[in-house]
Design a protein. Structure first.
Length: 270
């Protein structure tokens, strides 16, 4: 029998682990001779040793998802979480080598998963938790020195676009996602949150090693969405005026962002 290459062995083992979990089996089936190229002190124990990897794969996914989405893990409970992850596992991209990436597709997956029929806020809550997770792992640089803009006139500011630090995000929802995320600190039986008619927009940013989540009112959220999307301050001010809000509050937001150190740079549109 011709010996396979290391890459072929790795691919065979990877396929065995993935196929075993898709089929719902914790012990791989030996139908391609893989066992002839693996060593174990007791040949009869080879199946159980490989089973460590096939059962370990879903366990690692569950641990990674529970860490990145702690509120969802608490709210849905162990049984529903495990069943949902069985459905999610085939959506995990092959080739990912970092467990931090495992949950990237979960918010989109939950949009059509049956668990969201009972808990329709789950996709938005997952989006917020993923933004918090990304913010925690973001590489933050030095905040912008805005001294160069000390002589800017109003027309200059109207043409300005803010570049935010990595890890800055805003998530808006028809559900109280900020309050729902706070449920990660509670016992599941103690969670009592009024859901209907309580939309929330949440601003996410880093301060040192801490990720801050802060609810915004309607007009703050409108302005922040525009600025994060890269619109000029003038465009955002015009949007606020059309919505019946004080356009000057955009400059107040800018000053606040600068004080928090979440601005990476500021450019003027020609």
């Amino acid at each position: 029998m011709e010996s396979p290459t290391l890459a072929e062995l790795q691919q065979s083992l990877s396929t065995r682990i993935l196929d075993a979990n898709v089929q719902g089996s914790s012990v791989p089936r030996f139908d391609d001779g893989l066992e002839h190229h693996l060593a174990a002190p007791d040949a009869a124990d080879l199946s159980s040793r490989l089973g460590v990897y096939t059962t370990g794969y879903p366990a690692r996914i569950r641990e990674a998802v529970s860490e990145a989405f702690p509120a969802i893990a608490i709210i849905v409970g162990d049984g529903s979480l495990g069943a949902m992850l069985e459905r999610y596992r085939p959506h995990v991209a092959t080739g990912w080598c970092n467990l931090n990436s495992i949950g990237e597709r979960l918010p989109t997956f939950l949009e059509t998963d049956r668990l969201s029929e009972e808990l329709p806020f789950l996709p938005d809550l997952a989006q917020l938790e993923w933004r918090v997770f990304e913010s925690f792992h973001a590489s933050i640089g030095e905040p912008a020195d805005l001294g160069f803009a000390s002589d800017w006139e109003l027309s200059d500011w109207e043409r300005a676009r803010i570049r935010f630090q990595p890890g800055v995000a805003i998530v808006s929802s028809a559900w109280p996602i900020h309050d729902l995320r706070a449920a990660r600190e509670c016992e599941r039986s103690a969670i009592e949150i009024e859901l209907v008619g309580r939309p929330q927009s949440v601003w996410v940013y880093r301060q040192g090693f801490e990720v801050v989540t802060e609810p915004l009112d309607e007009f703050e959220a409108l302005a922040t969405h525009g600025l994060v999307a890269g619109r000029t301050l003038g465009d955002v001010m015009g949007q606020l005026e059309s919505a019946g809000a004080d356009a000057g509050s955009v400059l107040e937001l800018f000053s606040r962002f600068a004080a928090l150190g979440v601005i990476e740079g500021c450019d003027r549109e020609p």
